[in-house]
Design a protein around this ligand. Structure first.
Ligand SMILES: [Zn+2]
Ligand SMILES: [Zn+2]
Ligand SMILES: [Zn+2]
Length: 335
């Protein structure tokens, strides 16, 4: 009797324990499954992201690089004394991880360092030489690196060089570039303004003209469409209002805009008439976009910095630009 009572009184308790523990077990198994599923999903997302084309920034300075030849002022002294502060001339790599191809934007005087840098950043997965080179214009920071492809150095074979018609003609008719063409070190690929060149099934590049000091060639900007992202690249341009397109609309139409940030403001070259070297000041671009939403501002990455531009060397100025909602292109950055 005593036993029975004990049995009756304990049964419901036992069932509860069994239910509770099986619940824990089921919950445990589910938790493990959910965890595995989430891990798998994040791995798939990571793998997909890794397969997406991207741009890697290989240089951010204006044509003279940073530090600048002959400059003993505060702006460059710190960089002369510290190699880690040195920056190469504006240059981008457009990378297609699926087809294992890549293209260089601008052949700068720093090309030797930049090709090596790209190899290091991408762990040698891509060919040392790019599958093509896009050139904006005939100012020294943007095309003279091509000389390394000639007999004296790399003696390359048929590297495609994409540029607008005047730039193409300039390379074809002026030494030493004409020799590269004659010896097939490079193959000129003339582009037509506003007409896209298809590089792969998904990736295309469109050149357009922008106003600039066009002594030897016209000046191009590029629109790069990777299928997953659109990039605008305008390293050199006269004031925004001299362009027949509205920069605000152009920025809104893309995901990332790498824009001319040569000078910060009009006091930067004392003793020199800055209208001889017109660029939209960073301060002007910030003002122009002041009323736009945060998303639009955040698309802008300033690039092509003159050594005098405090964005390169003044932490306070850098944080002011960032606080205003804009970005500053970083050498080595993948965007
Ligand atoms: Zn330039
Ligand atoms: Zn300087
Ligand atoms: Zn220029």
């Amino acid at each position: 009797m005593h036993e029975k009572r004990y049995f009756l009184s304990t049964t419901p308790v036992s069932i509860k324990i069994i239910n509770l523990s099986s619940g824990y077990i089921i919950f445990g198994i589910m938790k493990r499954h959910i965890y595995c599923l989430l891990l798998l999903l994040s791995q798939v997302a990571f793998a997909q992201k890794e397969q997406m084309p991207f741009i890697q920034i290989l240089g951010i300075a204006q044509d003279g690089g940073y530090p600048h030849m002959g400059c003993r002022k505060k702006c460059c002294t710190i960089a002369w004394e510290n190699d880690s502060l040195k920056k190469w001339i504006v240059c981008l790599a457009l990378v297609d991880p699926v087809n294992k191809k890549w293209w260089l934007f601008e052949a700068t005087p720093d090309i030797k360092e930049q090709l090596h840098y790209f190899q290091t950043l991408t762990h040698g997965v891509y060919n040392y030489l790019p599958d093509g080179i896009f050139i904006t214009h005939a100012h020294i920071g943007h095309y003279t690196g091509l000389m390394e492809f000639g007999r004296e150095v790399m003696n390359t074979k048929e590297v495609p060089v994409y540029s607008l018609p005047k730039m193409t003609a300039f390379l074809e008719t002026n030494g030493p570039w004409s020799q590269l063409v004659k010896l097939n070190n490079v193959v000129l690929q003339p582009m037509q303004a506003d007409s896209a060149i298809q590089l792969t099934e998904n990736i295309s590049v469109t050149a357009f003209t922008v106003p600039h000091r066009d002594e030897y060639s016209e000046t191009a900007g590029f629109m790069i469409n990777t299928g997953s992202k659109k990039y605008l690249f305008i390293p050199d341009i006269n004031k925004w209002d001299k362009w027949d397109k509205r920069i605000i609309d152009e920025v809104k139409a893309v995901d990332i805009a790498l824009l001319d940030g040569t000078f910060y403001e009009d006091t930067e070259l004392p003793g020199r008439n800055m209208s001889e070297v017109p660029h939209p000041f960073v301060s002007e671009t910030i003002k122009l976009f002041q009323k736009e939403d945060a998303k639009t501002k955040a698309k802008i990455h300033f690039i092509h910095f003159n050594h005098t531009n405090p964005i390169l060397w003044d932490a306070k100025k850098r944080s002011e630009v960032k606080k205003a909602g804009f970005k500053i292109a970083k050498q080595g950055e993948k965007i």
